[in-house]
Design a protein around this ligand. Structure first.
Ligand code: KIV
Length: 291
């Protein structure tokens, strides 16, 4: 893994972006190959999101994904990441039961997973947890607004902070995360005007998803950005490519070339280096006949 002097993006460098007014880019990654491909684009932060549950593992929501599954994928992403800051998401129930368990779980992402920071969902209620992690030298990225792990309490994936009361509570949540010592915060699924106010009020950078252009940075689920999903994307997603169609077209060509006998061609087939006797030894012929 590259050192900070090799251009590695660090936690202080992300904080500094806010002072310099340079936007922060963050995308999700779940495996080695995609991590290394994304890392080479100059992306600032790779997040092993608990969206792993839905995007990769096929669950209906993010609640079922486990610490072990998150760690397994964080290790793979870490092997493909040299430059970007690697952040791992604390899955549901890994930071709710006790401070000790929260620190132990988060610490595993740094010790075993190769991450440089963790992300956790929640505001005022998570202040103690964030403080304890920061005290244990574990950098924390907060996450408030439409927090997918709260799907049952929220009654679905609903935009948050639309009313004055909700907006005030969200600002308090974001401020609590900052006061607890987080180095950045994700604002998800909130009105753009509210995200801009929070961004102006905080010293730490805000990274928006469905929160408008006024944030200090933007994050998307990579598979959404690439158009890998067959479903209609949420309003805030922009599909920068249509890879689902491209992959299906490529596989369609593979199917017809195999069926038509035009794949593999001679160029795609190994040849012998000298004439060989193609008569099969008797015992092989017998074996062949037996099977
Ligand atoms: O799990 C995830 O992918 C996330 C991002 C969308 C912020 O939390």
């Amino acid at each position: 893994m590259g050192s900070p002097s090799n251009g590695k993006i660090t936690v202080p460098a992300i904080l500094d972006r806010k002072n310099r007014g340079r936007k922060i880019t963050m995308l999700t990654a779940y495996d080695f190959q995609m991590a290394s491909l994304l890392d080479q684009t100059g992306i600032d932060i790779l997040l092993v999101g608990d969206s792993l549950a839905t995007v990769v593992l096929g669950y209906d929501n993010s609640l079922p994904v486990t610490m072990e599954e998150m760690l397994h994928h964080t290790r793979a992403v870490s092997r493909g990441t040299d430059r970007a800051l690697l952040v791992a998401d604390l899955p549901f129930l890994s930071f709710h039961l006790s401070i000790e368990e929260t620190v132990r779980n988060a610490g595993r992402f740094l010790k075993e997973g190769g991450a440089q920071a963790v992300k956790l969902e929640g505001g005022v209620q998570r202040k103690n947890a964030i403080q304890a992690l920061v005290a244990a030298e574990i950098p924390v990225m907060g996450h408030v607004g439409l927090t997918p792990q709260s799907i049952h309490r929220l009654g679905g994936y609903r935009v948050q902070g639309r009313s004055r009361n909700q907006a005030r509570r969200l600002l308090e949540d974001a401020q609590a995360v900052e006061e607890a010592g987080a180095f950045a915060i994700v604002l998800e699924g909130i009105p753009g005007t509210l995200a801009s106010v929070i961004t102006r009020r905080l010293r730490i950078p805000t990274i928006g998803i469905g929160a408008g252009v006024g944030c200090d940075g933007q994050v998307l689920v990579t598979n959404d950005l690439l158009g890998m999903d067959g479903d209609r994307p949420p309003r805030f997603v922009r599909r920068f490519a249509d890879l689902r169609a491209e992959i299906q077209a490529a596989v369609g060509r593979f199917l017809s070339e195999v069926e038509g006998g035009t794949f593999p061609s001679a160029r795609e087939t190994y040849s012998v280096s000298e004439p060989i006797d193609l008569e099969m030894p008797e015992e092989l012929e017998a074996e062949d006949g037996d099977s």
